[in-house]
Ligand binder design. Sequence first.
Ligand code: PNS
Length: 156
Amino acid sequence: MSIAVFPGSFDPITVGHVEIVKRAAKIFDRVYVSILENPGKGSEFSVEDRLELINDAIKDIPNAVSDAYAGLLVDYCRRKGANVIVRGIRTGNDVDYEAMLESVNNRIAPEITTVYLISGAEYMHISSSLVRQLMKIGISIDGLVPNADHKLLRRG
Ligand code: PNS
């Protein structure tokens, strides 16, 4: 069985993330959509709330499973039996950061391969940080997240 991990902060999950999950779910038998629990990195949403939003977003993708991890991503992949990491690339700006992540991960766990999916053009400028900023100033996030009417996203 092919198992992949799609890791990230998902603070919150966006329609761009969901597009990547859908495509990855066609390639791999199981896709973990996994939140990094990082106490050092302040997040807007708690891990529990982010899991709830992910579960709502992926409920129609039977082979996608939400989860959370702490510590090294590659250790988590090994625990899950995954030998593939999936990451989305929006624009060229993402590439340097992704190359850095891959070089570290590859150094620690050369048996794990990172696979990149290039976001569709309509998702190129969508990010969790944009969603958070719009929420703070009270501008609609319809179309940017899969579940804009979810109670967790209805705050000013
Ligand atoms: O969505 P993000 O915040 O860009 O995701 C980054 C993430 C969570 C994939 C990455 O920071 C991560 O997995 N960190 C866990 C610690 C780790 O494995 N570090 C080694 C690679 S730098």
